[in-house]
Ligand binder design. Structure first.
Ligand code: PNS
Length: 158
């Protein structure tokens, strides 16, 4: 039996913290589907196609990882893909409340289990929102996001 996990997120944009979680999930499971949410209610900096592209570029070395986008409920997407496990990173206790609520709701809705992976300490202060804020004000985010993302951030915010 092969076991595949879903790593869902907004990834606007992908950070080194996300890459670390996906890499580690890829070592724990036979396959990983990175699922990029297309949420029309939110106004992301990068359109969903570009977020998918950046993830594919950043994760190209991982043979058992694929990247797709989805809209609607995560449990419906998980069912379509035949995946029963979600992997989420936890940076700090402050992440836990919301993540636990989503995990329990997803289990209620679709009998999907969630596995939490502790974020590596070196990325525990990192978030896509902070990266965007710093980049918008001309701050240096190199070393926090993959090289390709750095380039695209500069282009988009120029
Ligand atoms: O990167 P994020 O913003 O923490 O990811 C949140 C995400 C995409 C996992 C969550 O918003 C989600 O699952 N969205 C899809 C809609 C859905 O299923 N909502 C109910 C969650 S219990």
């Amino acid at each position: 039996m092969t076991l595949t996990a879903l790593c869902p997120g907004t990834f606007d944009p992908v950070t080194n913290g996300h890459v670390d979680i996906v890499q580690r999930a890829a070592g724990l499971f036979d396959g990983v589907v990175v699922a990029v949410v297309e949420n029309p209610a939110k106004e992301p900096l990068f359109p969903v196609a570009e977020r998918v592209e950046m993830l594919r570029e950043s994760l190209s070395g991982l043979a058992n990882v694929e990247v797709e986008s989805f809209s609607g409920l995560l449990v419906d997407y998980a069912r379509t893909r035949g995946v029963g496990v979600i992997v989420k990173g936890l940076r700090a206790v402050s992440d836990f409340d919301y993540e636990l609520q989503m995990a329990q709701m997803n289990r209620h809705l679709g009998e999907v289990e969630t596995c939490f992976v502790p974020t590596s300490p070196r990325w525990s202060y990192l978030s896509s929102s902070l990266v965007k804020e710093i980049a918008r004000f001309g701050g240096d985010v190199s070393g926090l996001v993959p090289e390709q993302v750095l380039r695209r951030l500069k282009e988009r915010l120029a």
